[in-house]
Design a protein around this ligand. Structure first.
Ligand code: AMP
Ligand code: ZN
Length: 139
């Protein structure tokens, strides 16, 4: 448990949450500020952050639960689609620094639009430069 971590406090039962799934390592509960109603968070019970510092076997367990919740939103809420999102760092919009996956049910009528403004590279060489930098850093 990490001191002052709100999600660790939820795991410890120190603050309330509406749980929808739980096993030995993973917890899923309702987000109190839903982007779309039904928005669910999937977290490891142990404190890890960010994604890149989280062991791969645990990430596999988390993704299996993300799949369960997405399927449950499709069947149980009759959602038309699901978004899965995850932020790392304040620059990426992360507010709670305990790894979590947002599983967000989507409905053709929900009216929600992501502010997903696609940009352009200055030229093809810029795309190639960035690709080369990522490729060289892949371990
Ligand atoms: P992020 O911006 O990716 O760090 O998302 C944090 C999410 O946690 C937000 O969607 C919040 O609405 C949600 N949240 C914060 N506190 C609580 C809480 N006590 N119970 C449930 N969800 C919470
Ligand atoms: Zn925590």
């Amino acid at each position: 448990m990490s001191a002052n971590c709100i999600f660790c406090k939820i795991v410890a039962g120190e603050i309330p949450a509406t749980k929808v799934y739980e096993d030995a390592d993973v917890l899923a509960f309702m987000d109190i500020g839903p982007v779309v109603k039904g928005h669910t968070l999937v977290i490891p019970k142990q404190h890890f952050d960010p994604l890149t510092a989280t062991p791969e076997p645990l990430l596999a367990q988390l993704m299996a639960v993300v799949k369960k919740i997405a399927a449950a939103q499709l069947s149980g809420l009759r959602a038309d689609g699901v978004n899965v999102m995850q932020a790392n760092g304040a620059a990426a919009g992360q507010v709670v620094p305990h790894l979590h996956f947002h599983v967000i049910p989507r409905f053709v009528t929900d009216g929600h639009r992501w502010n997903w403004a696609a940009k352009k590279y200055d030229d093809p060489a810029e795309l190639q430069r960035l690709a080369a930098a990522i490729k060289a850093a892949v371990t």
